[in-house]
Design a protein around this ligand. Sequence first.
Ligand SMILES: *[C@@H]1O[C@H](CO)[C@@H](O)[C@H](O)[C@H]1NC(C)=O
Ligand SMILES: CC(=O)N[C@H]1CO[C@H](CO)[C@@H](O)[C@@H]1O
Length: 603
Amino acid sequence: KIKDQTGRESETGPQALCDLCLSQVCCSLDTLCSTQTDGSMCLSWAPLLPQEMADQLLHKMAARGILNDTTVGIFRNCRELRLRRATIRCCPVSLKAFLLALCPHRLQELDASWVSGGLTGANIISGLASNPECRSSLQRLSLDGLNLAWESLWGDGGTHVGFSSLQALRKLSLANTDLTDNVLEDVCSLPQLESLDISCSAVSKLTPLLDCKNTLRSLIAHHLRQLDMPPAGLLFVFSQLHALRHLDFSDDHLTLDDSDGSGGDEATRQLLEGSPDVLPSLVSLDISGWKRITEAAVRAFVESRSGLVFLGLLATGTSSCDVLCTQKNLKVAGEANEDQVCEALRRYRGRECFTREALVHLNNLVSGIDKPRPDMLKLVLSGMQSHPNSLHVHLVATACVFNLTTQDLAQALPVGLLSSTVTQLLYTMKTFPGHQQVQKNCLLALCSDYILEDVPFDKYLAARLVINWLSSHEDPTLQRMTVAVISLLVAKLSPKEAAQLGTDVSIMKQLLAVVQQKAMVGVLDSTLKFALSALWNLTDEMPTAARNFIECQGLELYEEVLESYYGEPSVQQKLLGLMVGSVCACCYDCVSCLPQYWIFTSV
Ligand SMILES: *[C@@H]1O[C@H](CO)[C@@H](O)[C@H](O)[C@H]1NC(C)=O
Ligand SMILES: CC(=O)N[C@H]1CO[C@H](CO)[C@@H](O)[C@@H]1O
């Protein structure tokens, strides 16, 4: 195990040299490339790289968010950079760039999920099928989240292409697409199809699956909203899928009255209670979210299938069924205990509804916890990262983070993990600016001497976010916390960052308002002291900040405060320190503040 600078065991160890080199290439693309006439980039000098290196470079570029029409141009050179396992996941890549840069390669794998350049599923299929090598080499394809725009393939009497043109496909993912029954028929005619994901699509009948019953080993059919088959029909299809080992037929009906009468509920129950001759090869079954199944049905199923390795039972009300504990090799996603909840968080990372449900149960488990649990914190963090815009997820996740990092627990966690966690909290604060509870949870988690002092994160961003929040809240406990956090953060800023923060008049006003509020009632508490320290740090030798301070009537206010707290050395020191500092800073810069200077000397 590797130790980090602070001597603790680090989570990750050093980065691989290859990884560092690829990152360096990503940062230096501008200098390594020339620009072609159409604006795309082209490596000025391209050595013949080992094949895997090209894949890794593309993955790195996609992960860093720098893959787009311009930069993907470097892969047009398909002699030196040979792609096999390509990804453009979530990247803005247009049809033209896709055709020029990716289609000439003999691809084995392509992940084009959630691309944002207007590419449709039909574009991708016809592009790939136009390269005869690709037709026979492509084994895995993921088009999650895309508009398939299938009609466009049949326009103008052109040659018929479809999924069936890609004869080597074994694994296909079409979750969250407009996949319909007709297109599913085309898909199921693939001769080697082993794994299919049609979750959240518009499919209404599963009958086409009968065409690939001999090859299909994994079917993911989560939340088929438009499924319209009687239970007997569904069960018949299942009974024909002899080769199926993994079936995910989960739904996300988390309340009882949400049932859509698709027959899925009843079919699930019958499947559980039915004979093990149906789906004889099954080792993994996911039926999370279905409400009408019973513990008796689950028990019957588990007892009749000794080879079972996974069962998804989250939000079914059956995960505390006693038989589950007796199976040593069986992993269960559910809510009955810690293992089940963690399993659910791992499995359902991509599913908002289940992630939230599992986090709620995790929060119950970790409330009052007194052992550091980096494993749990990692799961919470990855749930937040997978659903950056889901308020439901962040509301619960931030509460979990607080409980998992509170007090002494933080010091026992790996610094790298804490640093990523705080960075995520800041992102969360930024994403949900108006949400009281989320902001409060983040603030509570941040409000730790150890985290503020010893964990690396963007202190400038944190200070801005926390100050923003201060403006809209008057609850004294939270105000004290906020001001304390601000004062610690401001002390940690680089001179450049502090100068930048001090240029914001609203920040000065917030802090002065706190001072004024305290001075009016004449209390001398930590909030006042923290606010005075923050103001001092912000203005010390900072001409612009000092001028802002003066323009916001800071000197007048300080004059009054000085009178009210006469004989309180701790306050006096902070007041005079700032006044001397700001006036000095300001007079170098701005003669107009001289009258205030005279006020000051008179004091
Ligand atoms: C693509 O990304 C690069 C690097 O991030 C950027 O400089 C360039 O402007 C982007 N091009 C387009 C077309 O968005
Ligand atoms: C020990 C501890 O800090 N428990 C807290 C866990 O989080 C909830 C809020 O979600 C608090 O109410 C508990 O006090």
